[in-house]
Write a protein that binds this ligand. Structure first.
Ligand code: NAD
Length: 736
């Protein structure tokens, strides 16, 4: 029999080599078709007397990326439709569909013949679960081997036996840690833990797996034998009791119980280890079905996997524009941002010319890359040769003629219209007509800057976030005259440096900063009401934000807030900024010189390391303080998240953001908006627009008109719409 995704070769010793190599895909993933074929292969090898055992290998450079999460997303949709007709039958259908993989892996495990997984590269999620249901695992010692159960990162958990086999193979504490963090294991770490039996050179992998079969791998899993004991001991041993008390405390500290997937892992392990294996699998599957029914899981899978992948692959790229290949990129302005932009560009293998006003300033910019490389080598993340190669790609200069053949130039000079105008003119004097000019401005409208350009259709905003090396998001800003060629080139560039783009129409603050300043402004309101700063910060984190709003304000600089507020007043009038906010920030900056982390004093104090930052006690004297019991924690959470989500809804209403996927992904990657919600608009959709409107009305009554729901939201609530139904990105594409 032939298979579409697999080949099957049986050697003279009876070892059946199953090689997984999906046609037309760069990565093997589990689809329904793949599972059907594995089932057919299983039946074939079990009945074939010649076969003594099976080696399960990959024909690609990676082993497998795990389940195709679009399949899981499909399951969510199926559930929604089925629920409407018969909720009980829908739950059963979901239980059966979700259990397909778990059941199949169990069949492999109990088929009577030994299976050995040969792990040659990345092995994720469902693939690690499959490998664990094999009777032994051999991994190559190649650097590319990463073994993980990363499901928790997208809101779900290893529901195909992962939570049961891992703590039966390795000690319980490590198993919990691996699954609740979703972290990668190298081959040697996996071996040390007992997850992998052997680690060998890449070219010896298949041979080693076959040798294991020849030498007689036991075809019965240890947990299917009488008297099996988990390596970490029983739940009710003194060490077990200690472990689970600590595990629950850590889970609470790390997740604030916002992530049902992480919680389910601890429950599955705790309950499962007390049960016979098949029953334990059933318990796991019940929890898995419950999680798939959870709105948080659905939103996380959509935003953190499906949408992120779609945007990364150019969902917003205009069709028909040929792909841009970058043979040289110019970066003008070698300061804080420009130096980092040059680094990430060279890291992607693209030659960069880094220009500043004089050679010394340009060299200083390149020195930033040297520092980063030194750090990476010291941590073992890079080699001397890789570092030298990267540095050789960066030319630091003050000579504009060096960008005469650049395909793209990104300016990151001072945030000053006059300086930018001069730079645009200087660059365009040498730049070929076909090349693209991009500005990294964070506040100046692209349409206005493009007025200085001879080719406004080839002028675009490419807005990076700091620290550029770490932040995965880039906002691509369209000016009024920006054309498709510039958009395509900007998106090709963002893809080349392996970041995720969102495409935003020109507006003050674009998308991310508009939302961020709402978050910070709400904290100003709370301070003024007398909510203790420590409560604002801690409750923000409990609501799922990575940093509190005051801490964030210190990072972006308090005087930058002051500058932005003054600019708003100048451009939009006095009413655009609350006078109490201006008074607070003027006092911080003008009277107290508390500008944020950069001068070691802001809402926090920043003592010399190793001491940690702490909230500045003087803040307490600004406003009469409320007692902790007078502050309603739920209301603080609601205010902080709702004010941001409402701003995101406004950007959709104004047509600044046009695709809900971009609002969601942009909010998570740009400022860490409570990831368990799936992002700003999924937060609204998740509770339902009607409920969100009711929440906003309630908040507006007590905390001000800025919470009043917008016309769009009222309309959507009346019609029973969601952002993903009204602005369905896939329907738009299909109609186009
Ligand atoms: P910076 O002051 O650190 O760097 C600006 C650099 O531009 C300096 O090295 C300066 O010498 C150089 N420069 C000035 N005039 C020049 C000219 N005529 N020719 C060549 N070089 C010139 O500023 P930064 O923080 O890197 O900001 C740069 C741009 O990036 C601004 O538009 C800013 O709004 C934007 N931005 C900043 C951040 C941030 O977090 N700092 C984030 C996103 C975007």
């Amino acid at each position: 029999m032939t298979y579409k995704n697999f080949t099957l070769d049986i050697d003279a010793d009876g070892a059946a080599l199953v090689t997984w190599d999906m046609p037309g895909k760069s990565m093997n993933v589990f689809t329904l078709e793949v599972m059907d074929e594995i089932e057919a292969i299983l039946a074939a090898v079990v009945t074939d007397e010649k076969v003594k055992g099976v080696v399960f290998a990959s024909g690609k450079s990676a082993f497998s990326g795990g389940a195709d999460l679009t399949m899981i997303e499909g399951m969510f949709s199926m559930l929604e439709e089925a629920k409407a007709a018969d909720p009980t039958a829908a739950a059963q259908k979901l239980f059966d569909a979700a259990g397909r993989m778990s059941g199949l892996w169990r069949k492999i495990e109990t088929c009577g013949k030994p299976w050995v997984a040969a792990i040659n590269g990345t092995c994720m999620g469902g693939a690690t679960e499959l490998a664990m249901s094999c009777h032994a695992r051999v991994a190559s010692n190649a650097k590319s081997v990463k073994i993980a159960l990363p499901e928790v990162k997208v809101g779900i958990f290893p529901g195909a036996g992962g939570t049961q086999r891992l703590p039966r193979l390795i000690n319980t504490q490590d198993a919990l840690q691996i699954m609740t963090t979703g972290s990668d294991l190298t081959a040697s770490r996996a071996k040390a833990l007992g997850l992998v039996n052997e680690v060998v050179d890449p070219d010896k992998l298949i041979e080693a797996a076959k040798t294991l079969i020849k030498n007689g791998v036991d075809p019965v899993a240890p947990w299917d034998k009488k008297g099996f004991k988990a390596p970490g001991g029983t739940i009710w041993s003194p060490q077990g009791v200690q472990l689970f008390s600590a595990a629950n405390a850590i889970l609470r500290r790390e997740t604030h119980m916002n992530y049902p997937g992480a919680e389910a892992i601890v429950k599955c392990v705790y309950e499962g280890l007390q049960l016979p294996f098949d029953l334990a699998l059933k318990v796991e599957l019940r929890y898995f079905t419950q999680i798939l029914n959870n709105v948080s899981a659905r939103s996380m899978v959509r935003s953190l996997f499906v949408s992120m992948q779609e945007l990364g692959k150019g969902a917003r790229r205009p069709a028909g524009v040929p792909a841009t290949t970058f043979s040289k990129i110019g970066v003008v302005g070698a300061g804080f941002m420009g130096a980092s932009i040059a680094y990430v560009t060279a890291r992607a293998g693209i030659p960069v010319v880094l220009i500043d006003r004089d050679q010394t300033a340009a060299d200083k910019g390149k020195a930033h890359s040297e520092e980063l490389i030194k750090g990476a080598i010291a941590k073992g993340k890079s080699t001397k040769e890789e570092g030298e190669k990267l540095l050789s790609l960066i030319t630091a200069t003050s000579d504009y003629s060096q960008i005469a053949d650049a395909d793209l130039v990104i300016e990151a000079v001072f945030e000053d219209r006059t300086v930018k105008k001069a730079v645009i003119e200087q660059v365009e004097a040498v730049l070929p007509e076909s090349s693209i000019f991009a500005s990294n401005t964070s506040t100046l409208p692209i349409t206005g800057l493009a007025e200085n350009s001879k080719r406004p259709d080839q002028f675009i905003g490419v807005h990076f976030f700091s620290p550029v090396e770490k932040m995965l998001l880039v906002e691509v800003i369209l000016g009024e005259k920006t054309g498709d060629k510039a958009l395509a080139a900007a998106l090709d560039y963002v893809a080349a440096i392996r970041k995720t783009p969102i495409v935003v129409n020109d507006t003050r603050g674009f998308y991310v900063n508009r939302c961020v300043f709402r978050y910070i402004n709400e904290a100003y309101d709370m301070l003024i009401e007398g909510v203790p700063a420590v409560m604002i910060e801690n409750i923000a984190k409990a609501a799922g934000m990575p940093v509190g709003p005051l801490s964030l304000n210190d990072e972006v600089a308090v005087d930058l807030s002051q500058k932005i507020m003054k600019a708003s007043i100048a451009d939009l009038g006095e009413a655009s900024v609350k006078p109490e906010h201006m008074t607070l920030i003027d006092k911080m900056v003008n009277d107290l010189d508390r500008r944020g982390r950069k001068n070691g004093r802001g809402f926090y104090d920043y003592p010399a390391k190793p001491a940690k930052k702490s909230l500045w006690p003087g803040l307490k004297d600004f406003y009469p303080q409320k007692k902790a019991e007078e502050v309603d924690v739920k209301t603080i959470k609601d205010r902080l998240l709702a004010t941001i989500a409402l701003e995101a809804a406004r950007t959709m209403e104004e047509g600044v953001v046009t695709d809900p996927r971009e609002a969601d992904v942009g909010s998570i990657l740009g400022f860490g908006f409570a990831p368990y919600t799936g992002g700003t608009l999924s937060y609204i959709d998740g509770m339902g627009v009607k409920a969100f409107v009711a929440l906003c009305e309630k908040l507006a009554a007590s905390y001000g008109d800025h919470f009043k729901p917008t016309l769009l939201l009222l309309d959507m609530a009346a019609k029973g719409e969601s952002f993903y139904s009204r602005f369905n990105p896939k329907a738009v594409k299909a109609a186009a």
